[in-house]
Design a protein around this ligand. Structure first.
Ligand code: EPU
Length: 338
C-alpha cells in the first residue's frame, strides 16, 4: 500500500479544517486494509480511520497512520417476497446508497437522504433523521479488528445501537474498522411522514400520493433549506446531541419557558431540541471571526475558512456554558474531537 507523509486533510474533513496526517494511506479493499494492519512495519503504529470526515473536529495534526477507507460496492445478497438484503462497502458514500435504493424501489432509508458521510461511518453513531434511524435496517456490520486484522460480523443486537450511539463509540472505540454493512430493506414501503417538516414539505410540493422517491425529494428539500452545504461552508451537521432530561425537570422548565419543545422518549424522559435551547440563548447566526453558529439551524456550528478546530471547540464550550446557565441542561457534543 502506498504511504503518503504529512498529508493535508483539509479537503477530507467537512469542517474544512487545516490539519495533516503524519502517515496516510488509502484502503480500497478489505484485503489491502488487512495487509497494512498486519504488516510488520505498521503493526505497532497507532491508526486512525477516516471515512467521509463529516463527524470529526480536527484539533491538531494527527500523529498516526490515517487510513482513508474507500472500500466500494453495492450488491444484492438475497431477497424474498417482502425484503431485499443489500451489502455495501464501508467506503461507499451514504447518499449514493440512498439514491441506489430509491432508484431500485427499496424502502427504509429514504428519510436518511443527503446525510453526509460514508456507509462505514453510519452505524458508528446510528445516523438518524426525520423519524428513522439506521438501526432499523441494519442486518449485520462487518468490521476488521485492528489488533489482528481479523474480520468479525456483528449482528444488529451486538452493535448495541442507541440514539447517536453504538458499541463502536464505546467499549470498542478505536478497535474496529467497519468495512461493510448488510441492510435489510423493504420491498413494500412503509412511509414515515409523521415528522412535522416532511408532511408540510410534501404539501408544499403538491404531493399527495407518497412514494420512496417523493419522500426522499422532500427530505432533500428540507435539508437543503436548513443545513449548510459543506462544499460551501464548513460544518459537521448537528454539533451537539439533543439532550434527554427527566420529565419532572422538563415540567419545571416549562413553567418558566412555556414554548420549550419536548418529545417523550421513554418512561420519565423527555428529549429537548438542542437547536431550540441554543437559539433561546441567543447564539443563532452568531459569528466570531472564522467560526460561528448557522443562521438557519442553531445546532450546526460553521467554519467560514481560515479558522482552527480549537476556535470551534472554544465556541462550543461557550454555548454549553450559556445553555447550562440558562436552562440547567448540559449539552454533549455529537461530533468526535480528534
Ligand atoms: N429548533 C429551533 N431553532 C433552531 C433549530 C431547531 O428552535 O435553530 C427547534 C425547532 O423547534 C424544531 C426542533 O428544534 O422544531 C427540531 O429541529 P430539527 O427538525 O431541525 O431537528 P434537530 O432536532 O435540530 C435532529 C438531528 C438531525 C436531523 C434532524 C431531522 C440530532 C442531534 N440532530 O436535529 O441530524 O437531520 O433531527 O430529523 O439528533 C446530524 O445528526 O448531523 C443531523 C443533522
Amino acid at each position: 500500500m502506498h504511504i503518503q507523509y504529512n498529508k493535508d486533510l483539509t479537503k477530507l474533513n467537512t469542517f474544512g479544517l487545516a490539519a495533516s496526517a503524519a502517515f496516510f494511506a488509502e484502503a480500497r479493499s478489505v484485503r489491502a486494509l488487512s495487509e497494512i494492519i498486519t504488516s510488520i512495519e505498521w503493526n505497532n503504529i497507532p491508526k486512525f480511520i477516516l471515512g467521509g470526515g463529516s463527524n470529526v473536529l480536527l484539533l491538531n495534526n494527527i500523529d498516526q497512520l490515517v487510513i482513508h477507507l474507500l472500500i466500494k460496492g453495492i450488491e444484492k445478497i438475497r431477497e424474498d417476497d417482502d425484503y431485499v438484503w443489500l451489502h455495501a462497502g464501508g467506503g461507499e458514500v451514504w447518499h449514493d446508497l440512498v439514491m441506489y435504493c430509491v432508484a431500485h424501489g427499496y424502502a427504509g432509508i429514504e428519510n436518511l437522504s443527503l446525510i453526509p458521510g460514508t456507509v462505514g461511518a453510519a452505524p458508528m453513531q446510528n445516523i438518524g433523521a426525520y423519524g428513522v434511524e439506521i438501526k432499523e435496517v441494519v442486518e449485520t456490520v462487518e468490521a476488521l479488528f485492528l489488533a489482528t486484522g481479523e474480520l468479525k460480523v456483528f449482528t444488529n443486537k451486538e452493535c448495541n445501537f442507541g440514539y447517536r450511539e453504538s458499541v463502536f463509540k464505546h467499549s470498542l472505540k478505536g478497535k474496529y474498522v467497519i468495512t461493510g454493512v448488510t441492510f435489510r430493506l423493504n420491498k413494500v414501503p412503509q412511509f414515515k411522514v409523521s415528522y412535522g417538516d416532511i408532511k408540510s414539505t410534501l404539501n408544499e410540493m403538491g404531493i399527495t400520493s407518497y412514494s420512496i422517491k417523493s419522500i426522499s425529494d422532500a427530505v432533500i428539500r428540507i435539508r437543503q433549506s436548513k443545513l449548510p452545504d459543506p462544499a460551501e461552508i464548513g460544518n459537521a451537521g448537528s454539533f451537539f446531541k439533543n439532550p434527554e432530561i427527566p420529565a419532572d425537570q422538563y415540567e419545571k422548565l416549562k413553567t418558566y419557558f412555556p414554548d420549550m419543545p419536548g418529545y417523550h422518549t421513554g418512561p420519565g424522559l423527555v428529549k429537548v431540541p438542542a437547536g431550540w435551547l441554543i437559539e433561546q440563548a441567543n447564539w443563532k447566526g452568531y459569528r466570531e471571526g472564522a467560526v460561528g453558529v448557522h443562521d438557519r439551524q442553531a445546532l450546526v456550528l460553521v467554519h467560514y475558512g481560515g479558522g482552527t478546530g480549537a476556535q470551534i471547540k472554544l465556541l462550543s464550550e461557550k454555548i454549553q456554558a450559556s445553555v447550562e446557565a440558562k436552562f440547567g441542561i448540559k449539552l454533549m457534543a455529537e461530533v468526535n474531537f480528534v
